[in-house]
Design a protein around this ligand. Structure first.
Ligand SMILES: C=CC1=C(C)c2cc3[nH]c(cc4nc(cc5[nH]c(cc1n2)c(C)c5CCC(=O)O)C(CCC(=O)O)=C4C)c(C)c3C=C
Ligand code: FE2
Ligand code: FE2
Length: 363
């Protein structure tokens, strides 16, 4: 069969609305042997590393995959839990909580699955499951508030690769970004206010976002702009003055220039300039993961304190907190509104069933 289909499918079946929540992916274990295939899949994606393929193949296979897996495994071990990788646990919880909330609104009509762009659970397995469960309309929700080619663009590629193999393509919507949605801004601002209520304020609030090569911005990627807009709107919501906050970019990879200012440089400079206390928030990550827990929670804390800072606090991601699930539920409900059936039309269902029987007996 050239295309994937469901030949036994009942054409008169009442359909469902599928919601596919995705995130980046994570290795299966914090071990070198598990890091290697994960990093190979991730770093072979041309959306992530935009370097001529042949040259990159030699660098990746000759150098990076011999050095990085052991180093990354060591970092992953510091964040790993009994249940596994934090990113996987949070993403699964987010999907489950979203499903509960959507059940309350729609009964079983809206079904949620989650997938990882790289590794497991894969996009194609999650998609197959949604389709087998009757999804005729599909909302893909990559959990990246700001759009970038390496994240949202790459997720779209994975969906397209799956669709290319299918006979029946569902109605389809893709959430490219939600970096400036009022509900998202309010959820981030509330998490900061909650932190202030228990810990008080610091001299500066640093918004740290995952970086990407500066070249991607020069070639038209909106990510840098989306990040600054999120910061500006959250700062406005909190009533911050311009000298009370700033944005920076973390997680550099390779020798090329990445988006600036760099988070680590910024923290050292702030300490050098006499700033003694800082709070760091990461509104580019929907869930805590290696890059927030280890890099922001640990590594950058050391840089700030070693450079003379005295108080450093990391404000956690929204994860599966109520404010986040409230926002995600509203986002999904707004998007699927045109798909939700007002109520079952019995006459329509009966007619549809009769047509289906006719088609079947003619075949
Ligand atoms: C090599 C280039 C990379 C680009 C470009 C990039 C963009 C990018 N990434 C995220 C979010 C996450 N990245 C995570 C881990 C991670 N990222 C890269 C490289 C690039 N990312 C690597 C090699 C790794 C693996 C860890 C390591 O070896 O350092 C994660 C965490 C995953 C986890 O399991 O916890 C997230 C999330 C965004 C938003 C982004 C675009 C701008
Ligand atoms: Fe990354
Ligand atoms: Fe990192």
């Amino acid at each position: 069969m050239k295309y994937l289909g469901s030949p036994d499918f009942d054409h008169a079946q009442k359909g469902t609305i599928g919601v596919l929540v995705t995130n980046l992916g994570t290795p299966t274990a914090p071990e070198k042997a598990a890091l290697r295939p994960y990093l190979k899949q991730f770093l072979s994606d041309p959306r992530v590393v935009e370097i001529p393929r042949l040259l990159w193949w030699f660098i990746l296979n000759g150098i990076i995959l011999n050095v990085r897996p052991a180093r990354s495994a060591e970092a992953y071990r510091t964040v790993w839990t009994d249940e596994g990788s934090p990113l996987l646990i949070h993403t699964r919880n987010q999907a489950q909580e979203l499903q509960k909330r959507l059940n309350a609104h729609h009964g079983g009509e809206v079904i949620v699955e989650f997938a990882m762009r790289y590794g497991e659970p894969s996009v194609s397995n999650a998609m197959q499951s949604l389709i087998e469960r009757g999804a005729r309309q599909l909302l893909v929700l990559p959990m990246y508030p700001q759009y970038s080619g390496p994240t949202g663009g790459s997720t779209f590629d994975a969906i397209a690769e799956d669709f290319i193999k299918r006979r029946w393509i569902p109605d389809f919507q893709f959430v490219a970004s939600y970096h400036d949605q009022p509900g998202y801004i309010k959820a981030i601002a509330s998490s900061i206010k909650e932190h202030w209520e228990t810990h008080g304020r610091a001299e500066k609030l640093l918004f740290s976002y995952h970086g990407e090569p500066r070249r991607y911005l020069d070639e038209g990627d909106p990510y840098h702009c989306h990040c600054h807009k999120t910061t500006r709107l959250v700062a406005q919501e909190l009533g911050l003055a311009e000298d009370e906050y700033l944005s920076a970019f973390q997680s550099r990879f390779g020798r090329e220039e990445w988006l600036k200012p760099y988070t680590d440089h910024t923290l050292r400079e702030m300490a050098g300039d006499g700033i003694r206390s800082v709070q760091v928030v990461c509104p580019g990550f929907s869930a805590d993961c290696l890059e927030t827990i280890e890099e922001i929670g640990e590594e950058n804390r050391d840089y700030f304190l070693e450079a003379g800072g005295e108080r450093y606090e990391y404000i956690p991601c929204l994860n599966s907190g109520k404010g986040h699930i409230d926002f995600l539920t509203t986002l999904v409900n707004d998007r699927i509104k045109p798909w939700v059936r007002p109520q079952d039309d019995q006459a329509e269902l009966t007619a549809s069933l009769a047509e289906n029987m006719k088609t079947r007996s003619a075949a």
